[in-house]
Design a protein around this ligand. Structure first.
Ligand code: ADP
Ligand code: MG
Length: 347
């Protein structure tokens, strides 16, 4: 690692290439590290009938959020929700968070209080305790890093690996709305910059804008699955986009996936806006990202329980074609799904 004197651009590796490269220099030495780098959260032996779960998510102004349209209260809520989402992806329950804050002198006490009002709301919603954190000065802008500790019964743990051929591929909620909400917010920002007197027009876009500004972690889905007596074979949360997450499930499980275009759950507001912006709604659902829905595989025997459940859509199935991810259109024509979700350092 350290002998390399050449300069390699991070954009040549991409986010996942970089993580894999760095991970290759480390090995876990503690027997309590049941699962390290590579899943939505690390899995830690806690000695009892449950595993501990540990995950962290960072958000930087200018990269992850734009304060000209993101209210601080919503931002605080979103930072906690998106970190908790990774605990949900392990089929777990969060219990404590740590919040690390980088603040420039642009921010007043009142601004930080707004941010923490959102963090508090999320703590109440997900029943987690703010157990600590760190506060530092930042040369420019705001950064917000949330670590979450949680737990899961050992026999209910869901990893990215564990999908088998013919398993059903299921997604909670709907896809693409957060991305379309962002398009609306960016358009209204541009209108405002060009005409400072004009008020943003968000009427009729409340759902998709809300999905962008104040997403929720699907803790309710973890509970519903438990009530239905279903333990998914594999699971991941959708942060970078359905296409990217399908690749992760396939890569970790050693299988492929066929998904059906007409099955993709897309909210009508998101469809309307996609068409308005001249975007293909399917592409938005595949690559938009920030949905924070859960994507999981289950054995076929659970079909009846899921097929008309309002929280779930069966969008396809796992195949033996390792590394092949296909979108099947209405006509039966198939297209390879490329992972074009959000990748830091790329492009
Ligand atoms: P997610 O989108 O679910 O938060 P990421 O794509 O951010 O997951 O990360 C994938 C895996 O790589 C996770 O297990 C994460 O803990 C690990 N990881 C990400 N960045 C680093 C890093 N800089 N050093 C070590 N592990 C990392
Ligand atoms: Mg995740």
């Amino acid at each position: 690692m350290f002998e390399n004197n050449d300069r390699t651009e991070l954009s040549d590796l991409g986010e996942f290439g970089l993580i894999n490269h760095l991970a290759s220099f480390f090995e876990n030495k503690n027997p309590s590290t049941v699962l390290g780098i590579g899943d939505d959260a690390a899995v830690i032996e806690s000695g009892g009938t449950e595993y501990g779960l540990l995950t962290v998510d960072a958000m930087f102004e200018g990269i992850h959020f734009d304060l000209s349209f993101h209210p601080l209260k919503h931002l605080g809520y979103k930072a906690v929700a998106t970190a908790v989402s990774d605990i949900c992806a392990m089929n777990g329950t969060p219990s404590q968070i740590l919040v690390s804050l980088g603040l420039s002198n642009r921010f007043s006490l009142e601004a930080v209080e707004e941010l923490y009002a959102g963090i508090k709301l999320a703590c109440e919603k997900y029943n987690v305790d703010l157990a600590g954190g760190d506060t530092t000065a930042s040369p420019r802008g705001l950064s917000l890093t949330v670590t979450v500790y949680g737990h899961v019964a050992k026999d209910k743990l869901c990893k990215r690996s564990g999908a088998s051929e013919n398993d059903l591929l299921v997604v909670s909620g709907d896809l693409g709305a957060a991305y379309m909400g962002l398009q609306i917010l960016e358009r209204e920002k541009k209108v405002f910059m060009d005409h400072p007197g004009m008020q943003p027009d968000l009427a009729g876009h409340e759902y998709i804008v809300g999905r962008q500004l104040r997403p929720d972690a699907r803790m309710d889905v973890v509970q519903t699955l438990s009530q239905l007596g279903i333990v998914p074979g594999s699971m991941i949360d959708i942060s970078d986009g359905l296409a990217s997450e399908i690749h992760h499930l396939g890569m970790h499980s050693g299988c492929g996936f066929d998904i059906y275009d007409e099955k993709l759950p897309i909210d009508p507001q998101a469809v309307t806006q996609a068409l308005h912006f001249d975007l293909n709604p399917t592409v938005v659902a595949l690559n938009g990202g920030e949905d924070y829905e859960l994507l999981f595989t289950v054995a076929q025997e659970h079909y009846e329980k899921l097929k008309s459940h309002p929280d779930f859509t069966i969008i396809g199935h796992a195949t033996a074609n390792k590394g092949t991810y296909r979108l099947i259109g209405k006509s039966g024509a198939s297209f390879d799904i490329k992972a074009q979700g959000w990748q830091h350092f790329k492009g």
